[in-house]
Design a binder for this molecule. Sequence first.
Ligand SMILES: *Cc1c(COP(=O)(O)O)cnc(C)c1O
Length: 402
Amino acid sequence: MAVAENLNPIIQLENERIVQSYKRAPFVLSHGHGITLYDTDGKAYQDWVAGIAVNALGYSDAGFIKAIQAAALGLIHTSNLYYTAPQAELAAAICAKSFADRVFFTNSGTEAVEGALKFARKVAYDNGDSDRKEIVCFTDAFHGRTLGALSITPKDKYQKPFHPLMPGVIVAEYNDLESARAVISEKTAAVILEPVQGEGGIYPATPEFLQGLRQLTEQHGALLIFDQIQCGMGRTGTLWSSEPSGVTPDIQTIAKALGNGLPIGAILVTETVASHIHPGDHGSTFAGNPFTTGVAKYVFDTISQPEFLSSVCETGAYLKERLEEINSPLIKEVRGRGLMVGLELTIETPALIEAGYQHGLMLVNAGMNVIRFVPPLIAQKSDVDSMIDKLTTILSNAGSVH
Ligand SMILES: *Cc1c(COP(=O)(O)O)cnc(C)c1O
């Protein structure tokens, strides 16, 4: 076949041997430096995706590489049958800088969500609250792809082929406190939300909404779960995206940037929640292994530095300002905070993302009409300037054909 002959052999191999559940960009990446990635033809791409809000420190970060080398000389994995130092030390570092008293480690975001749901069920069970089974989630939420997390991700495209889902899920309207009030009751085990929605289109919760949910959950004896897998870890310019609201949850899930690319997530809990979790209630073979937690400690310590966070605020504010200045009839709205910003367009994003590749720019969508800017958190104003130049060209080219 003439077509196959021209295809990059790696792309051909993946087409033959990988389950085709992803639509990939038409090049093969080989290495990166700072916020720039390179493909196997040597072409450079300025990266505004960061492996979907994961690679906070960008590529080839010297400290990150050193942390990996140091961790690699120690134990990689022991299982959770044994004590090792890095897991306990990372947990202590996270607790020192959050509402949490204790941490349970996982290997991914969706696993952290699954664990959070189980913890909420266990608290109700221990309290003899046999009617308290319901989980309240919100429109446009994304909590993951495993069956529990999928059940609270109310999107037909993701859910439909996989019924029956977990029962007892109620969907309320995001940022609409009255809609939440109508469904939170003595039957609610937990209310779960992203303080800034990611996949759903970059929608920040208002402080009043978070405060209202805190009050409603307390009033009805339900737990409040923040899913900060995407919006946490400095992404919005504060370590936790809920900080401006002053609200703290009972349980919080984190993942994405925590390992800067190594697979790790965590469930942060209060002492009260933790007091209901005992040996046998939950577990994981790999999770919290000394290698991954050792490296994640370096990532967490780096991101949680005040200077690091204020740089995210500064670059993020500049990004928003520059996006708002673009004069294009295709732009509907700019929203978000820090380096988690959405550009809502009047058209669908795939053609623009494709055009981005031609201009050496990596972009990702969040929903069909929103371009989501989630670069490495080390991005600087000069990076914003060069991205805006490219984006302006791409939008004006798209504007002329639409
Ligand atoms: C990415 C994401 C998840 C799922 O995390 P995985 O590591 O892909 O399993 C869950 N919740 C939110 C808010 C996310 O952005």
